[in-house]
Design a protein around this ligand. Structure first.
Ligand code: 13P
Length: 211
């Protein structure tokens, strides 16, 4: 995925992630929404309401300001536009937000178990996981709670709903979402064989983010 220099580059990257996310089962039909901005910009592009992530064209995106105004393209942004907007407001380093509905992440959280970071990639990409309780889709509570968690975490589970994965670019946000779901799948398998907590990550994982 090349470094984006224009808005078209962002749309290309998001459309590619949309295809991969649906193909990989991280979103179904028109579930999920994606956004990105050029570094330092006070505008972002976000998928329109009801769009299918594996069929995105440039006309399927709304252009929005960080104040929440639609200033271009699709008139109806995703019902979750506040989730994206408020995350950008608190994280100037974040240029992409990927909101998907990964099955195992949602299931393990709903079962009341923490998602375990078992492999090197889980630890490197996911780093830590925030959670927010269930709030209705599109609500201020959901957007504000997720933004609060985003101050500390790049991966956030939205209980009984989905996840929000953040990155400095679209590729990193998607890698995080993928690794979050893989960690949740591994956790689910641990639980399925009756292991409720003996798989601990190597202590050296703590050094990964201080190198
Ligand atoms: P939108 O089609 O409005 O983006 O909603 C999909 C979704 O996943 C809501 O959480």
């Amino acid at each position: 995925m090349k470094t984006p220099e224009t808005r078209e580059d962002l749309l290309d990257a998001l459309a590619e992630v949309g295809r991969m996310a649906v193909g990989g089962g991280l979103a179904l039909a028109s579930g999920g929404n994606l956004s990105a901005r050029l570094p330092g910009s006070d505008e972002f592009v976000v998928t329109g309401a009801g769009t299918w992530l594996d069929r995105l064209t440039p006309a399927d995106f709304s252009v929005m300001t960080l104040d929440g105004d639609v200033v271009g393209e699709a008139e109806r942004p995703s019902s979750e536009w506040k989730l994206h907007q408020r995350t950008y407001q608190v994280r100037p380093d974040v240029n992409a937000v990927v909101h998907l509905h990964p099955q195992h992440a949602v299931l393990v959280d709903a079962l009341g178990h923490p998602i375990r970071l078992i492999t090197l990639d889980h630890a490197y990409y996911v780093r830590s996981i925030g959670t927010v309780p269930y709030f209705p889709n599109g609500s201020d509570e959901l957007a504000d709670s997720a933004a609060e968690q985003a101050r500390e975490h790049d991966c956030i589970v939205l209980s009984h709903h989905g996840c929000s994965a953040l990155g400095a670019d679209v590729g990193m946000a998607y890698r995080r979402a993928l690794n979050l779901e893989e960690a949740a799948t591994a956790t689910y398998r641990c639980l399925a064989v009756g292991d409720t907590g003996t798989t601990f990550p190597p202590a050296a994982f703590a050094d990964l983010h201080h190198a």
